[in-house]
Design a binder for this molecule. Sequence first.
Ligand code: NAP
Length: 288
Amino acid sequence: MSIIITGATGELGSLVVKELQEKNLDSKIIAVARDIEKAKKQFADTEIEVRFGDYDEPYSLEGAFGGASKLLFISSPEIDDMKRVIQHANIVKAARDAGVEHILYTSYAFAEESKLPLALLHLNTEYAIRVSNIPYTFIRNSLYSEVFINAGINPSIEKGELVTNTGTGGLNTVNREDLAKGTAEVLANEGHENKTYNFVSSKTWNFDELAETISNVTGNQVSHKAVSLEKQMEHFRETGFPEGAALFTASVYQAIAEGETAKTSNDLKQLIGEETSLETIVKKALEK
Ligand code: NAP
């Protein structure tokens, strides 16, 4: 059996590969990469085969996917969603033409209910996969915890204030490590064909709780200042945040305030057991 992974040199893909290696499966693991040298270096001294495949070069993909019992298709990081639609269609068509037996796709949690434009891209890709008739598993990932909890919060900690327009909105985020563990479980076991999983946390957190956790971890008193969307934009401008990134972040925060990430699920917990705590995620982020 061969497990082929796209985006294997990326942050999530690397963790999935690591989890699979730790399982010592009989399956062959094949990493598909656009930068062959980078991938060969990363997987040197392992049994992992590296194959060239570029989402923008459709003909490279069919060969790269040959012989796949399972293909883990990790979504592209392309920012222009129109280009991403084309890249994803290239991947799905190549998977069909290569005779992939089972495709697993990293989609977006509760995509039909989402107000974020990125959900449309993921739904579009899910439909393309259904059109291909390849047995599928849709692994609908949460927003990563690392998107919100990273070393970038250090200046806010120093000021003792996290300013957001998330209100008391709950976040069902998961860190990449837990997502990779769950994905590796699905890849390593049978019985997941034509299923859709929402890999979100079983309990949400909010920015008030994040501030409290940071205070406990660092010993610095930090509070959450909940502001309006307009005030958030003013705050971003004052701190010199680029306008485009500020607008994107404030829109995501607003969606969170309005319930975008409030829904929980046990799909991931059932596969991995214990989920990483908010405290551990904060500690790891501040170590970096
Ligand atoms: P990442 O570290 O940026 O990894 C992206 C992977 O895609 C890398 O291996 C990259 O290869 C590969 N790639 C990019 N363009 C390619 C192309 N044209 N052809 C072939 N491979 C290509 O992202 P991540 O953190 O692992 O996340 C995985 C995916 O989740 C992202 O790509 C994005 O779609 C999505 N995402 C989700 C969240 C969330 O909060 N849920 C946040 C950010 C992104 P190189 O090593 O050569 O660059």
